[in-house]
Design a binder for this molecule. Structure first.
Ligand SMILES: Nc1ncnc2c1ncn2[C@@H]1O[C@H](COP(=O)(O)OP(=O)(O)OP(=O)(O)O)[C@@H](O)[C@H]1O
Ligand SMILES: [Mg+2]
Length: 172
């Protein structure tokens, strides 16, 4: 797809990579809508996560369907947007994929992400969870509309990189 066709960006990657930070920065820079995929979980998933029970793929399909609905309504309404979703597996991205959707994969080395996770206040995320996320991650393949952003820069630099590489412009 031509870079300028991007209308919804899905900022993906393992926990602690900086998805929320980058997505909010890009959305602000462009004046695009912004949403946190994590806030679209059904109540049953929230209860499971609060109990420390890992979600299964069966738990994830309705959640991914809600995010896909957000994406579709923005595409159909002509309102460009940025949404976060770890989208670690290709099968998850298949639910979200549509013409106009580009995945922005925030990728960094394990030490950097561990350091960010341990510095983050109000979040408890054991290192073992990062290991399991990295084991689950299926990075986007060449046939998927995506770009990979290296996480080792400031959010502003990362956002400027995304905007430039996709040839995006602020909404007027
Ligand atoms: N480019 C950056 N440079 C320095 N610190 C960053 C950067 N991006 C994010 N951080 C910090 O790293 C931590 C994790 O970032 P963030 O919450 O955006 O990650 P996330 O991928 O959304 O995580 P989660 O999947 O748990 O929601 C936060 O404390 C954030 O302030
Ligand atoms: Mg986040």
């Amino acid at each position: 797809m031509a870079a300028t066709d991007a209308r919804v960006l899905v900022v993906m990657g393992v926990s602690g990579s900086g998805k929320s930070t980058l997505a909010a920065t890009v959305a602000e820079r462009l004046g695009w809508a912004f949403a946190e995929g994590d806030e679209m979980h059904p109540a049953a998933n929230v209860e499971k996560m609060q109990a420390g029970t890992p979600l299964t793929d069966e738990d994830r399909w309705p959640w991914l369907g809600t995010i896909a609905g957000w994406i579709r309504s923005h595409l159909e309404g002509g309102v460009p947007g940025v949404v976060t979703c770890s989208a670690l597996k290709r099968s998850y991205r298949d639910v979200l994929r549509a013409p106009g959707v580009v995945f922005v994969h925030v990728a960094g080395d394990t030490a950097l992400i561990e350091q960010r996770m341990s510095a983050r206040s109000g979040h408890f995320m054991p290192t073992s969870l990062l290991a399991s996320q990295l084991a689950t991650l299926e990075p986007p393949q060449p046939d998927e509309a995506h770009l990979t952003v290296s996480a080792d820069r400031t959010p502003q630099d990362e956002a400027a990189d995304v905007v430039a590489r996709l040839g995006l412009h602020p909404v007027s």
